[in-house]
Design a protein. Structure first.
Length: 419
């Protein structure tokens, strides 16, 4: 099986996934941003490009795709390598929008008139700001379809581009389709059934089978609370190496926890693996402490969780036993509250040579407001020309000119960005 097939298998396996829902609204909170190193900061923002980056990473071809949350950056990445076409290809990254910056997905099939794609952050209507991962069919010649980034798959690229007929690394087909399997996560022929024994949990069953906890949870929709299983219960264990299909986090059995109630100290610490550890890590990322995670957050407690919690506790002014890196009721309550708007920290923290968390916050806000095209990698704590150019573009969009649009944030720029 070629690498393009792996990409399509992984992408199709996510069809049906939905982002978080709170306050009566879909909220762009999803599992892909924390799982892509370098894109943790993009949580709670438009995530179609992040989804493609995640698929590429899961399929083992991260180097063949740009690692970015920006559609425009993805377009520029392929174009700069001479691998961008107006014609569809199997496993290609499709780019939408007249300015190549509106939306993106993965092409899994095409014929003379249509393309079939898997897209994140869309919906049944094909919106660029939807609620989940969908299989879409669109007209090839729709003006909304800008073009296709062609990954340099080792087996070559199957494409409808007639100009590539005789070029090495390409195979011309007027119509083509990738594999239609929904992915091994859903319980393939190698899945097995085990009987729960006393003292076992889904986490220990997953660990003994060498598969992820998420894969076991996904294969057992009959289990309403993954922290509660009973001896004698039958559990499906998917084949090793399958890609788990995430589902919305089940409602916790603890009253009030979904609204922020502390689930108890026993849920956290060495050897613990449950959804509250994930919820904790996601809240830490929302509050700006995502830098402690190389991969994650996830359900298994790690030293990254402890260090991030300790840093958050110290940021509250707590010391000693109050900042030991393990959440208690006060830490949990502070984390589950919406992050407060940060007052302008001062212009001295922005510019050449500066490196601090406020530069990261600035960049994240710029991406949130639609200026992610200026970043090829990032945002991050070190000030770069990308930050300056993105800030200047934002300032000009406010109608400011001259010294008011110099690319360095002042109080007014900061206040508008942090809305």
């Amino acid at each position: 099986m070629g690498k393009a097939a792996d990409v399509i298998r992984i992408a199709r396996g996510e069809i049906g996934y939905r982002e978080g829902h709170s306050g009566g609204h879909w909220n762009n909170h999803q599992r892909y941003s924390p799982a892509v190193p370098g894109l943790e900061w993009s949580q709670n923002q438009a995530w179609c490009a992040t989804f493609v980056s995640w698929v590429a990473r899961e399929a083992g071809v991260a180097s063949l795709f740009p690692v970015t949350a920006s559609v425009a950056t993805a377009h520029n990445w392929f174009a700069s390598r001479g691998r961008y076409s107006a014609y569809p290809a199997i496993g290609a990254q499709v780019i939408y929008g007249r300015s190549a910056s509106s939306h993106t997905g993965i092409c899994v099939a095409y014929d003379r008139d249509t393309i079939t794609t898997v897209e994140g952050n869309t919906n049944a209507n094909g919106s660029a700001e939807g609620n989940g991962v969908y299989l879409k069919k669109r007209r090839r010649r729709d003006p909304y379809v800008h073009g296709y980034g062609l990954p340099k798959y080792p087996e070559g690229v199957t494409t409808a581009d007639p100009s590539l007929k005789r070029r090495a690394g390409f195979k011309y087909k007027a119509a083509a389709s990738g594999p239609t399997t929904s992915g091994s996560h859903s319980g393939g022929s190698n899945a097995k059934r085990v009987t729960v024994m006393a003292g076992q949990s889904l986490a220990t069953i997953a660990a003994s089978a060498g598969v992820s906890l998420a894969a076991v949870i996904a294969a057992n929709p009959q289990v309403k609370d993954p922290d509660v299983i009973h001896p004698g219960q039958r559990i499906t264990v998917p084949e090793k190496g399958g890609t788990p299909h995430a589902k919305p986090t089940p409602k916790p059995s603890h009253p009030g926890t979904s609204a922020g109630g502390f689930p108890g100290r026993g849920c956290f610490g060495s050897g613990k693996s449950n959804r509250y550890v994930t919820q904790l890590g996601q809240a830490l990322v929302r509050h700006g402490f995502g830098r402690y995670y190389a991969v994650g957050p996830g359900p298994t407690w790690t030293n990254a969780d402890r260090r991030a919690v300790a840093a958050f506790q110290r940021a509250q002014g707590w010391r000693g036993a109050e900042a030991d890196g393990y959440p208690g009721p006060d830490t949990w309550a502070h984390l589950m509250a919406a992050p407060k708007a940060t007052p302008f920290p001062g212009a001295c923290l922005f510019g050449p040579g500066e490196s601090n968390r406020y530069v990261t916050m600035l960049g994240q806000a710029l991406v949130h407001h639609g200026y992610g095209a200026y970043y090829s990698v990032g945002p991050g704590p070190r000030w770069t020309d990308s930050d300056r150019r993105a800030t200047q573009a934002f300032q000009r969009a406010q109608g400011w000119r001259g010294a008011e649009a110099d690319g360095i944030p002042g109080p007014d720029t900061w206040a508008r960005l942090m809305r």
